[in-house]
Design a protein around this ligand. Structure first.
Ligand code: A2P
Length: 332
């Protein structure tokens, strides 16, 4: 029993998914509180057939709260997660604020569940593209250590929040109606377009999303020697991220070995039908707990037999955010 649970950022895209996941998994609690900004304070919110009132997040919001699920952005986490932890609340934080802090565990339950117990009040939920990638990659790495990963992402609007999803829908309508499109939430037109991920570009030319995929994977795998490079792209999809993943293993590996490992891997569902040209799609991974994996094939550019290509799709709001955070809370 988790006692008193608080959802911080309850009105947002991930916050709403927290509620669905808590309800579907029948997460045990005695009391639940929904927190957001002053803009939403007083608004009704329905959970498990009961109506609650959204409360404004304040410094004293965590008195008596045992578990807080945070998804209100990095600056809110930076300010309020330590306040919550100090008052005895265990925080599972979906933002990037504490992910690379050496004292904060970064956890995907299918990968490094043991790390959760090292927490000092805050546990970080990884980046969504990273979570979705490591779920199928970790069980392969355990059998045949990975030397190098080359990833390209196809990321949904939901990763930029609820307003970005609304923007995609409105822009699609406006485009078809021949109206002028003026991007507000995302930096460029997202309907009928795609663009390089809307995060800051660092000195080495990698954007923050790409850097997160590299550093967070190293941290969770407890292995800094895997070569990882990523290109992250925002695509006009509402809520599931897809990724092309090229892997170089230490030893030769066959397609069938990869399929066998993934068939029994937790959180993975094989969707790999060459005859029907039927593979993972964001429309089909949406609202699913599992990461869909397919297009498993030998990389013909690696004649030593150590290379595998695959294509995956996973729900960014669910396994990429809310579900993973609730699974962390369940580990506790
Ligand atoms: P609100 O709806 O009141 O603005 P998303 O990632 O989908 O954009 O959601 C962001 C979430 O973070 C929302 O629930 C939003 O609440 C919340 N939020 C944003 N700013 C604050 C703030 N200053 N204090 C508390 N919650 C905030």
């Amino acid at each position: 029993m988790s006692g008193h649970v608080a959802v911080v950022g309850a009105t947002g895209a991930v916050g709403q998914e927290f509620m669905r996941v808590l309800e579907q998994r029948n997460f045990p609690f005695e009391k639940i509180t929904f927190l957001a900004s002053s803009r939403s304070a007083g608004k009704p919110i329905t959970f498990k057939g009961k109506t609650y009132t959204v409360q404004e997040l304040k410094e004293d919001s965590f008195k008596g709260v045992d578990l807080a699920l945070f998804s209100a952005g990095g600056s809110i986490s930076k300010k309020f997660a330590p306040i919550a932890a100090q008052s005895g609340t265990v925080v599972v934080d979906n933002s990037s604020a504490f992910r690379m802090d050496p004292g904060t565990p970064l956890v995907v339950p299918e990968v490094n569940p043991q790390d959760v117990h090292t927490h000092k009040g805050i546990i970080a939920n990884p980046n969504c593209s990273t979570i979705i990638m490591v779920v199928p990659v970790w069980p392969l790495h355990k059998v045949n250590p990975i030397k190098r990963l080359v990833i390209s992402t196809y990321q949904a609007a939901s990763g930029a929040g609820y307003q970005a999803m609304v923007e995609l829908q409105e822009q699609a309508r406006d485009f078809l109606d021949g109206k002028k499109i003026a991007p507000k939430v995302l930096p460029h037109q997202i309907a009928f377009n795609l663009f390089s991920h809307n995060s800051k570009i660092g000195e080495n030319g990698y954007n923050e999303e790409e850097t997160k995929m590299v550093k967070e994977t190293h941290k969770m795998f407890h292995c800094n020697t895997i070569g990882i490079t990523a290109t992250c792209v925002r695509v006009p999809v509402l809520r599931a991220h897809s990724e092309s993943i090229n892997i170089q293993f230490s030893r030769p590996i066959t397609e069938n070995e990869v399929r066998d490992i993934l068939r029994s891997a937790p959180g993975v569902k094989l969707v790999d039908d060459r005859e029907k040209n039927y593979f993972p799609m964001p429309l089909e991974s949406s609202d699913q707990d599992d990461v869909l994996v397919g297009r498993i094939r030998r990389d013909i550019s690696q004649p030593d037999g150590c290379g595998i290509d695959m294509f995956i799709s996973g729900d960014q709001l669910r396994k990429g955010a809310a579900l993973n955070a609730v699974q962390i809370a369940e580990l506790l």
